[in-house]
Design a protein around this ligand. Structure first.
Ligand code: ADQ
Length: 462
């Protein structure tokens, strides 16, 4: 029996089905079906800085959840440092925010070695290994160095940058070699994959044959696997009777139109620009004063990284400015909250919103845009305003696509959304929902696992 081993920076809690997102549920289903292991950081910091990191295993429904405590230094160098101060900003095309330190890079490789040392003895000959995201690019190389010969796949949840940006990293060549050490590398969109292929050609003189890269004595297959959501689950949530929070929201709107945005508080999500666009909309179209409420839900993340404290201040200031300028004693145009909301409630909030405003400056996929569509009432769907720089823009063609840097353009799109006829809303919505029903997170997972299984590999190279 072929087991599946998943590795990601963090591991969800074993029995916690209720609060988990679509990705964890989809992966967990696959792990439970075939039996397997899910390995990652526990999120805990171990007190003794010099002792060998300890792994803890919890077995639940046929799956071993293996979590590793890291030291304070590991957390600082690997997670806050190289992953989130170097790779995250650079891969989102923000070189100005990118801070590279050799110490952080060493910590990044050290933690990847720790994960490999813990995992290698657990691997059986027929297992396939699926590694997730930018924290773990070197993991296959570290496993290979320990003699692991299994098929290893990697999925990148965030964009792959243009070659001239990628080469800003002093260790770009090493990271590229690390990636080629996988048997299968999945990207969210074709342009991200093309960026990697262009880098290999320009910097390393390696020509990909279609999606196959033959280099350093290995064959690595590249592919495009746009991640998705559990569409049926979101439809079910949205159709269930509204929760108390959703009812409170409806009552507080007093008949005003709701424009909703939901993001992790991150500078890649374009939140200050979006708030400015709402201000511009109110400036250009005063007839909408007191007729619209924009709700921005953005729980804080990665607070140890200074840029994240900065973005919170920036968003709060922008919201205060717009409310001060356009608000009245009985109406403020913008509500800004840092809460995290349960998934069933989130579906109700999406359904209550006549407009979903999803305008990241650059985003691997963006699942909020897909969740918004799945949650709509098919008889009276809302309008999605979507950044052309989200991976999801390549699939959600019925959205009003905008350039998030163009404040006037987003303001015009808000007006078009407010004025759109029911007929046009339905015509835009229906094909997007049909698409999401077919291309859901289960399909995404199955496609990737299928390509990673050895039979498929043989067929590809035949
Ligand atoms: P993220 O940058 O986290 O993910 P996104 O795809 O939008 O971005 O996923 C966010 C998830 O968190 C969604 O499921 C959303 O519902 C949930 N969420 C956000 N705010 C919330 C809140 N206030 N309360 C509750 N839930 C909230 C990264 C990449 C993306 C890529 C995903 C998956 O940056 O581009 O789509 O991984 O690959």
């Amino acid at each position: 029996m072929q087991r599946l081993i998943a590795v990601s920076n963090r591991v969800p809690k074993p029995g916690d089905r209720y609060t988990s997102g679509g990705l964890s549920v989809a992966l967990r289903n696959a792990l439970e079906r075939a039996g397997g292991i899910w390995l990652g950081w526990s999120g805990e910091v171990q007190e003794a800085p010099d002792s060998e990191p300890k792994a803890q295993t919890t077995r639940f429904n046929n799956v071993d959840y293996v979590t590793v405590d890291l030291t304070r230094r590991d957390e600082e160098e690997y997670y806050n440092g190289f992953a989130n101060r170097a790779l995250w900003p650079l891969f989102h095309h923000r070189p100005g925010l990118t801070e590279f330190a050799r110490r952080d890079m060493a910590g990044y490789y050290r933690v990847n070695q720790i994960f490999a040392r813990i995992l290698a003895p657990m691997v059986r000959p027929n297992d396939i290994i699926w590694v997730h995201d930018y924290h773990l690019i070197p993991l296959a190389s570290e496993l290979r160095a320990l003699g692991v010969k299994n098929r290893i796949g990697f999925f990148l949840h965030i964009p792959w940058p243009a070659p001239e940006l990628f080469t800003i990293l002093p260790n770009h060549a090493r990271l590229a070699v690390n990636l080629v050490n996988y048997d299968l590398v999945g990207f969210q969109t074709k342009p991200f994959m093309d960026n990697f292929i262009a880098y290999l050609k320009e910097e390393m003189n390696i020509n990909a044959q279609g999606c196959l890269v033959e280099a350093f004595g290995r064959i690595c297959q590249l592919g495009v696997y746009p991640i998705s959501i559990d569409t049926q689950e979101f439809i079910r949530f949205a159709e269930a009777p509204a929760s108390a929070i959703a009812r409170r929201l409806e009552a507080s709107l007093q008949g005003r139109m709701l424009a909703l945005s939901v993001d992790r508080l991150d500078y890649s999500k374009g939140i200050p620009q979006r708030i400015d666009a709402i201000g511009r909309f109110l400036e250009l179209y005063p007839e909408y004063h007191n007729r619209i409420t924009a709700l921005q839900i953005a729980p804080t993340t990665r607070e140890a990284v200074p840029e994240y404290a900065e973005i919170n201040r920036e968003v709060a200031e922008a919201a205060g400015r717009i409310n001060g300028r356009f608000g009245d004693i009985d109406w403020g145009p913008i509500r800004y909250i840092n809460k995290s909301i349960g998934r069933a409630t989130l579906a109700h909030l999406y359904r209550a919103a006549k407009i979903g405003v999803v305008t990241p400056l650059r985003d691997g996929m963006n699942l909020v845009s897909k969740e918004y569509i799945a949650a709509q009432d098919p008889r009276d769907p809302g309008v999605l305003i979507l950044s052309r720089f989200a991976g999801a823009a390549r699939e959600l063609r019925g959205a009003l696509q905008v350039n998030p840097y163009d404040i006037d353009g987003v303001a015009h799109a808000l007006r078009a959304a407010c004025e759109m006829s029911l007929e046009e809303r339905i015509a835009r919505f229906e094909p997007m929902l049909q698409h999401l029903k077919i291309y859901d997170v289960h399909r995404w997972r199955d496609d990737f696992i299928h390509a990673l299984t050895p039979d498929h590999a043989l067929a590809m190279s035949a």
